[in-house]
Design a binder for this molecule. Structure first.
Ligand SMILES: Cc1cc2nc3c(=O)[nH]c(=O)nc-3n(C[C@H](O)[C@H](O)[C@H](O)COP(=O)(O)O)c2cc1C
Length: 366
């Protein structure tokens, strides 16, 4: 895939006719595999990120790690998202990734707060060592000509603000963009996003800044853009089980608030999206089984797809009544037929609630 380098010059995208800033799907371990990315792309994600893959794992030819970088041909532009500490390992992994011809860039994880990542000095621990992140950027750039980006946080905790030093280090070494999650590592993935700090970072930057954190609807996206002026928005949890958010934000950011589409999804739309996503999971698992026969547990592709889809299931049904009753059943499902039957039961229960409410309203007003 040959993705235009100019995609990174984010402000120029607007000049060539895209009326809103690019909307991106964030890297999310356990979620953003090829099926999730393909559906996000179909609904308007400008590009997306793989799950995080260990740079050193990639150079030791670990099939389990390479599986994390499997892509679909029709999933749109995708960036390989790597974690680790060793500049040489990042460089060699990047060289192999570039040789695959499948990626529009290499992204360095400098923000993940999970102990199993930070313990080794990777992820958020890199916030303590901005100069070292600069060296990683430089090492990758020395061996491959894909754009190199970094995704980070404001700092480790509110008393530790590191993103300004990190920006300076990575832009000095030729990073193409910086994605900033406007929270501290100590906050995990929830809590307030400090838009003032993101705005200050954007003002200081000579490379595009991608804004991330807490964007779940048009109002939040507008607030983020107005407060910070970032060149692109990256969506995380708001896009899980909700690929429509890309369409909604694209429309909502170009139209006046009164014209923006209603975010309510019909039950049929939810059913169709679940079927599309699960079918893609099966296609993906079949491909992994063919390509990495020795790196896989002995599960059928269908069963592996059903297990992989578990994390998405309740997100697609978010906000519907009576869904909680299905919670105990999810882990027992093994076939597509069983998943579809449980989805139908949940949707039928919601339809019944709605019909009953309409009847009550009619009686009350009649
Ligand atoms: C389940 C989950 C997995 C995540 N995995 C990663 C990851 O591998 N790399 C990373 O940089 N950020 C990861 N993140 C953080 C997201 O990319 C994003 O920065 C964060 O969720 C804030 O955005 P949001 O408020 O829109 O969700 C993860 C978040 C979640 C919820």
């Amino acid at each position: 895939m040959n993705v235009e380098r100019s995609a990174w010059r984010v402000p120029r995208l607007r000049a060539v006719g895209v009326a809103h800033p690019p909307l991106l799907l964030a890297p999310m371990a356990g979620y953003t595999n090829a099926p999730t990315r393909r559906i996000a792309h179909r609904f308007g994600a400008a590009w997306s990120y793989t799950e995080m893959a260990h740079a050193t794992g990639l150079i030791h030819a670990s099939d389990r790690t390479w599986q994390l970088l499997e892509t679909f041909a029709d999933e749109g532009p995708v960036v390989a998202h790597l974690y680790g500490t060793d500049p040489a390992a990042f460089a060699e992994a990047a060289r192999r990734i570039a040789a695959s011809g499948r990626f529009m860039g290499i992204d360095i994880n400098a923000g993940c707060p999970a102990p199993k990542i930070t313990r080794s000095g990777a992820g958020a621990t890199l916030l303590r060592a901005p100069a070292h992140v600069g060296r990683i950027v430089a090492a990758i750039r020395a061996v491959c000509d894909l754009p190199v980006t970094v995704k980070t946080r404001l700092g480790l905790h509110p008393g530790h603000l590191a993103c300004f030093d990190l920006l300076q280090a990575v832009q000095d070494h030729g990073a193409a963009a910086l994605a900033i999650h406007g929270r501290y590592a100590s906050q995990g993935h929830a809590g307030p996003v400090d838009l003032a700090q993101v705005a200050a970072l954007r003002e200081r930057a000579s490379i595009p800044i991608i804004g991330n954190g807490g964007i779940r609807d048009v109002a939040a996206a507008r607030r983020f853009l107005d407060a910070t002026g970032v060149g692109a928005l990256m969506l995380g949890q708001g896009a899980i089980g909700n690929p429509w958010i890309f369409q909604e934000l694209a429309a909502g950011l170009t139209e006046s608030p009164a014209e923006a589409p209603c975010p309510q999804r019909s039950l049929d739309e939810r059913r169709a999206a679940i079927h599309e996503h699960l079918a893609a999971e099966v296609e993906f698992q079949e491909r992994l089984a063919r390509k990495y026969p020795h790196a896989r547990d002995k599960l059928t592709p269908e069963y592996a797809a059903v297990i992989g889809f578990r994390v998405h299931f309740f997100n697609y049904l978010r906000g519907l009544r009576g869904v909680a009753q299905a919670r105990g059943q999810l882990n027992a499902l093994q076939t597509l037929g069983q998943v579809y039957a449980l989805v139908d039961t949940c949707l039928a229960r919601e339809a019944e609630f709605r019909a009953r409410r309409r009847q009550v309203t009619k009686v009350e007003t009649g």
